[in-house]
Design a protein around this ligand. Structure first.
Ligand code: TRP
Length: 333
């Protein structure tokens, strides 16, 4: 990786399927960053362990996620796309950072509180120290920028606090990362609850469109999307359902909202939804075709997995060695 470029790090859990929201809000933009930045996209299977996972499903979802990244246009030579569990430095740095993180800080994390309520029978220590592993992910690569959604802002803040605390004791070891807010990027809402974001962990599958949903499923989910009763197709805060469909339409076609509003001026909701559905299905087609090709090319994907983990590991090692030296671990002879 070229040394003069800024570093972007992001992670995604291999739980659930990537949604249209992930694609239009994040992934689609990441492909535009691959020349300007050095980007690492980590599939955070170790974070996924904080809730119970079915082993076979976890393995499949991890590989599918990696292939979907590539199918969406992320070049595995320009970016580093890899599994967190293949780079042991994440766990090693995480342990050290645990010793620089206070219980009180972790206790304030809203995600911990929410997940403890949701998984009341499994409030494990990993769930509690989850943000520390996330800090290790980011700090290992001296990332400058971290694209994160609102829900992860608090974790980025604690990462900055931990890095700053460490730097104050040992000198400038870690780059203090900042949130990366993309200039463009659609905010796609849940189809049945357009007042909240489309999320891949949503249990109601009618709320989300998966990147790999076949065309008829896409059409059907959009047909069933919640709208309103005034039959007017315009973008407005008091029309969250219609506005969301307009955003989706514009994101996949490249049209502007006024253009789309004009196009649908004399349409009913039925025609509107069918047109949006078709546009989305059409947009997903080449991604799905590429995904299917990649699924058949085991050797190619295996090569990427191995090679990218090695590249990540080399970078991670630089930071970890520096950390070991600073904190006084004995040198390796
Ligand atoms: N916690 C993030 C999420 O659930 C995933 C994640 C793990 C991450 N490590 C990261 C995101 C580092 C950004 C940077 O969405």
């Amino acid at each position: 990786m070229a040394d003069d470029k800024k570093i972007i790090f992001s992670g995604m859990q291999p739980s659930g399927l990537i949604t249209l929201g992930n694609y239009l809000g994040a992934l689609n933009n990441w492909t535009k960053l691959q020349d300007e930045y050095n980007c690492l996209y980590c599939i955070v299977d170790m974070h996924a362990m904080t809730v119970r996972q079915d082993p076979a499903a976890l393995r499949k979802q991890s590989r599918d996620l990696l292939m979907q990244y590539i199918a969406c246009g992320l070049d595995p030579e320009k970016n580093i796309i890899y599994y967190q569990s293949h780079v042991p430095q994440h766990a090693e740095l995480s342990w050290i950072l645990n010793c620089f993180t206070y219980m009180g800080e972790l206790n304030r994390m809203t995600q911990f509180k929410e997940k403890s309520q949701k998984h009341a029978d499994n409030i494990n220590a990993g769930l509690f120290t989850y943000p520390v592993l996330m800090a290790a992910d980011i700090l290992l690569y001296q990332a400058d920028l971290v694209p994160v959604g609102e829900d992860q802002r608090q974790h980025l803040e604690i990462t900055r606090d931990i890095a700053d605390r460490f730097n104050k004791i040992y000198g400038d070891v870690f780059t203090i990362p900042e949130a990366y807010i993309p200039k463009v990027g659609a905010r796609i809402m849940a189809l049945q609850n357009p007042d909240r974001k489309m999320s891949k962990s949503d249990e109601n599958k009618n709320n989300t469109i998966a990147l790999l949903d076949p065309p008829e499923v896409v059409m059907n989910k959009i047909k069933r999307a919640v709208t309103d009763s005034d039959n007017e197709i315009r973008f407005s805060e008091d029309k969250p359902g219609v506005s969301n469909l307009l955003s989706i339409y514009c994101a996949v076609t490249g049209k502007t909202i006024p253009e789309a509003e004009a196009e649908f001026k004399n349409c009913g909701y039925g025609t509107f939804k069918a047109t949006v559905g078709e546009a989305v299905a059409e947009n997903l087609k080449p991604i799905q075709a590429r995904f299917n090709e990649l699924s058949k090319d085991k050797a190619y994907i295996d090569g990427i997995i191995k090679n990218n983990a090695e590249r990540a590991s080399r970078l991670a090692d630089r930071t970890l060695r520096k950390v070991h030296k600073k904190i006084g671990f004995p040198p390796r002879i």
